[in-house]
Design a protein around this ligand. Structure first.
Ligand code: GAL
Ligand code: MG
Length: 993
């Protein structure tokens, strides 16, 4: 293997270097991607290296063989997939033999030919024309071999034998599907005989004088080339040129244009030797920490981050440039400015895209030894440092750190190196940190594993630039600031985005904004890593996760924990994160003078460069006007008052929605895209919708006495004009509501506290089941009837108690029927058990499936909960029951709308209204029953029932991120000892009035 070097692809000449944008078109680049012959062996013992036509199939490179029909898929998180017996691996080690013929056009024997692999899992042996060339490992690293002496003009044959496991497997225990093969590009570079091999580029800035410095160091050459350089600015004007003498030069740029993630200005450097040109994109910037604050170009920066794995539903680890670009575009749209390359380095193209489009990258080494915590009898966390602190592994760790830094040391987007993930701490990491610092003193160093250092050991943390944590609670973070910290704080993982979630983002953001030393946080994680596995009988995609391949061990759906679905559709959680990170915010309102104070949340850029603000005024949810705010200029972090042109506000619920829209196509933004919004509810003390009065209005002539017959088969039968109601005294609920011949309801209503557990309920779910929340029995103790002039009230005392467990709720419920058919339900519920908190409390109504259209006044248009509603705002929304379903890959509670005042659900001839007088309600409307959503494990298995389930909730508990993060914050737990809930039900014909 050749010594590691900076990544670059040489050009033939300056002209090509300036024009060519795609390395595939570079003359000196010979791709070996594409069709190879492939043979799979179950065991290394079975390998035959000879090519036999009938035993080989075609395979596309890059790929992982599990996605091409060989071997099987396995998803494991912490547990090692193989017996723990380092450095040995199983004898039956699956292998893939790859063979390809290639012809190097213009083969020239004065040149050197370097074969490059950008990623092979887990290790591989190479032969060219049956000469053994070499071996390499570290899956996510670039390996380069000089194959010149093995080549001949004309057809050559390359053979690569890839092994599934190797000793490196013990260091690559990242939480992912375990896949194998040549999963990144393979190519041969034609190199001039006299050339630069390696160089480093560092930059510095004199911010006072606005001068940039570029330091070029030529680190390794062959045959002492003369080197010329040319430097071009962002407009492609050449601004400097000359010779690099003695392998070193400093370039000084007056009036420098700096790189930052919001305005990633790049210079282009060409380094020309006799028969080769190397091109580098340079971002001039400096990274530092001043007074515990993370800064880029001396400006404090907040990291709005996400952890990104390489994952594709059909290709596994393989990501093309287009795939990466799509992810980056979606991230830009979501106001994400930083990426942690969890948990290994990316392909070079990824970093180049981040340089160009502006992302701050925390680039992580390919190291994770998490599996040691699962060893028998050694104590979970106590054994964490077993590899980290054993000097026998020093070389391995250092090698992996070097392989992550050396190739990418010139990438401006990388602001911090991370030494790996979840591998404990000790001697090897202390050495590794020193080594990383030496390799690159210009960037910051991160390693979260330091948190698990043995408290009885004398640990050296001096080279760590930040305190990093994963998944701490709000209180834990607050403690850091209360006690005082000596370094900036970063959450390298938080807000576990598994299934319906994450909730509680706002609280984290509040802390990030409030504390200068809090540099920011990275959501775990970007994408659901499910595998596309064909489609079901209805043509719905089947997405598989751990266990679906019968593998042992597996970690189920823990890999389905992203902000986007496998096919990159956005989860609501991503929309939530997007709006939490909106680039501009309303931070104060002045209702006397009709003004708002706006703050630019960007770190580097005048928000007026990018965003245009419109505001829409709504009265009871209907838009009355739309206007614009002219920003002119709003500098980073600047706050300013702006006038709103609003007069004579109606006496209704007035809301103003501020929309932050992209002004022009720049970076990956598209003009017109809404980057975020704020809503203010004008404080005019009006809580009731105008429509409420109209809907519950009881006409004088409609006032009459209501007839009822008590005690027919335990029922109360009420007749009232052309209405008929049946109330079942054994359950304290209606079983029929009918008008004329129209049956609005003909199934019993019921109280419910259950929600299909979300992934974030996976722990509390056990308590819920233990407490019997999933199988409550109703016991009615007393039913009384009260008659009034124009109404009749049925008052029941009842309780909900599971079999063999104690009572959960005592309920006092009054159903008051008015002469015009209206029903008012008033509930008092008293929680008997201290623990656990309730998933929800509501009344479920099973309707005919024809109830499909709905409109509501509440938080929308997206699913929302107490602690997950920042992508929604208060308004009037029309939707359909089938569109309310958010199709998480593992079915769970979804689609709730909270803070509602009015709901109308209708079919062709009837409408049912749910109305609140002063206390808002939440609701779910779905064609899937709670049981279906609870029991099914994959979305493609879900079967719609022949009904529409409407649940009117007093509340649901919040969502949180307890699938991996802290327990749901108390304030979001539905744990009130006394619940006071009321709503109206109105039944009317749907004649479109
Ligand atoms: C973290 C880990 C991630 C992932 C996550 C759970 O502890 O660093 O790789 O496993 O938990 O989804
Ligand atoms: Mg792990």
């Amino acid at each position: 293997m050749l010594p590691r070097r900076s990544y670059y692809i040489p050009f033939e000449n300056c002209d090509e270097a300036l024009k060519c944008k795609d390395r595939n078109n570079q003359i000196r680049f010979n791709s070996l991607n594409g069709n190879w012959s492939f043979r799979y062996f179950n065991s290394l013992d079975e390998v035959e290296l000879e090519y036999k036509d009938e035993l080989f199939n075609n395979i596309n490179v890059p790929s992982v063989w599990q996605m091409e029909g060989y071997d099987y898929n396995q998803y494991t998180n912490v547990k090692y997939p193989i017996p723990f017996n380092p450095p040995f691996v199983p004898k039956d080690n699956p292998c893939g033999l790859y063979i390809k013929e290639f012809n190097l056009e213009n083969f020239c024997d004065k040149r050197d030919y370097h074969l490059n692999f950008e990623g092979v899992d887990s290790c591989f042996y190479i032969w060219i024309n049956d000469y053994f060339v070499g071996y390499s490992q570290i899956s996510h690293s670039i390996s380069e071999f000089d194959i010149t002496k093995y080549l001949s003009s004309g057809i050559n044959v390359i053979k690569v034998l890839v092994l599934k496991w190797c000793d490196g497997t013990y260091f690559e225990d990242q939480d992912k599907f375990r896949m194998s093969g040549i999963f990144r590009d393979v190519y041969i570079l034609e190199r001039a005989n006299q050339r630069i091999n390696d160089y480093s580029i560092k930059t510095n800035v004199d911010l006072v004088k606005n001068i940039g410095y570029i330091y070029i160091d030529i680190l390794d050459t062959k045959n002492k080339p003369d080197i010329k350089y040319y430097l071009f600015n962002d407009n492609n004007d050449m601004i400097l040129s000359g010779n690099i003498i003695d392998d070193k030069i400093m370039l000084k740029i007056e009036d420098v244009q700096l790189w930052n993630p919001e305005d990633p200005k790049l210079y282009t450097l060409l380094m020309e030797t006799k028969a080769e040109v190397i091109k580098e994109k340079i971002g001039v910037r400096v990274i530092n920490i001043e007074d515990k604050v993370l800064k880029i170009n001396s400006i404090p920066v907040k990291l709005k981050g996400v952890n990104h794995h390489d994952s594709h539903p059909k290709k596994g680890y393989v990501m093309s440039r287009e795939d990466m670009l799509l992810d980056l575009k979606l991230m830009k749209e979501s106001n994400i400015n930083s990426i942690r390359t969890a948990h290994y380095p990316k392909s070079p193209i990824f970093y180049e895209l981040c340089d160009e489009y502006g992302f701050l990258v925390m680039s992580e080494a390919d190291i994770e030894t998490h599996g040691v915590v699962e060893l028998y009898g050694l104590g979970y966390l106590e054994n964490y440092n077993m590899i980290a602190d054993d000097p026998i592994y020093e070389k391995v760790i250092i090698d992996r750190i070097e392989s992550s830094i050396i190739p990418f040391k010139n990438r401006p987007s990388i602001f911090m190196w991370s030494l790996g993930n979840e591998s404990g701490y000790g001697y090897n990491f202390e050495k590794g940190l020193k080594c990383a610092r030496k390799l690159d003193p210009t960037r910051l160093l991160h390693y979260e594993g330091a948190y698990y250092a043995d408290k009885n050991r004398k640990n050296d943390f001096t080279e760590l630039d930040v305190i990093s944590r994963m998944y701490p609670s709000i209180d834990e973070i607050q403690e850091y600031f209360d006690k005082g910290i000596d370094k900036p704080l970063i959450l390298c993982e938080y807000a576990h985005a598994m299934g319906n979630g994450p909730g509680g983002l706002k609280e984290y953001d509040d802390l990030i904004q409030a504390n200068e030393e809090f540099a920011g946080a990275y959501v775990w994680e970007w994408c659901d890593h499910s595998i596309y596995n064909g489609s079901n009988k209805d043509g719905k995609s089947i997405y598989a996760y751990g266990g679906d391949f019968g593998e042992y061990p597996n970690d189920g759906n823990f890999c389905v924990d992203g902000l986007v679905y496998p096919d990159r559709r956005k989860h609501i959680g991503l929309l939530e994160y997007q709006n939490i990170n909106r680039p501009i915010r309303v931070i104060e309102i002045d209702t006397v003078n009709n003004k708002v104070k706006l703050k630019n949340m960007l770190d580097f850029r005048d928000v007026n460069d990018i965003v245009q603000i419109t505001y829409k005024l709504f009265s009871d949810g209907d838009m009355i006007c739309k206007k614009e705010i002219k920003l002119d200029t709003l500098k980073p972090k600047e706050e300013k008052w702006y006038d709103l042109s609003i007069q004579d506000l109606p006496k209704t619920i007035v809301t103003i929605l501020f929309e932050y829209t992209v002004k022009l196509d720049i970076l990956l933004y598209k003009k017109g895209f809404v980057l975020g919004y704020d809503q203010i509810i004008w404080p005019n003390n009006i809580e009731k919708l105008k429509s409420f009065k109209q809907l519950i209005n009881i006409d004088e002539k409609e006032k009459f006495k209501i007839n009822y017959i008590d005690n027919i088969e335990n029922n109360i039968q009420i007749t009232n004009g052309d209405f008929k109601y049946i109330y079942d005294k054994r359950i304290g609920m209606f079983t029929l509501i009918e008008k004329g011949n129209k049956k609005f309801i003909n199934h019993p209503l019921n109280f419910t506290i259950w929600r299909p557990p979300t992934d974030n309920d996976r722990k509390i779910k056990n308590d819920w089941i233990e407490a019997g929340f999933d199988k409550l029995d109703v016991r009615v103790n007393e039913v009384t009837i009260e008659e009034d002039i124009n109404s009749l009230a049925i008052i029941s005392r009842l309780s909900l108690t599971p079999i063999y467990r104690q009572k959960v709720l005592d309920i006092l419920v009054e159903w008051r029927i008015f002469s015009n058919g209206l029903i008012n339900c008033r509930i008092k519920a008293y929680k008997k058990l201290d623990k656990p908190f309730l998933p929800r409390f509501g009344v479920e109504i099973k309707l005919d499936k024809s109830y499909e259209d709905l409109s509501y006044f509440g938080l929308g248009p997206y699913e929302n909960y107490q602690d997950k509603h920042y992508s929604s705002y208060l308004g009037r929304f029309d939707s359909k029951v089938s569109e309310m379903h958010e199709d998480y890959i593992r079915p769970q509670e979804n689609g709730s709308r909270s803070c509602c005042k009015e709901l109308c659900i209708k079919n062709d001839n009837s409408k049912i209204y749910v109305l609140s007088e002063n206390k808002d309600f939440s609701f779910n409307a779905s064609h899937f029953s709670k049981e279906e959503l609870t029991d099914k494990t994959h979305n493609y298995e879900l079967e719609e029932s022949n009904a529409t389930f409407l649940i009117i909730d007093y509340k649901q508990s919040g969502i949180g991120s307890n699938s991996c993060g802290p327990v749901l914050e108390e304030k979001y737990q539905l744990n009130e000892s006394e619940i006071d809930f009321s709503f109206y039900l109105k039944f009317s014909e749907n004649n479109n009035n």
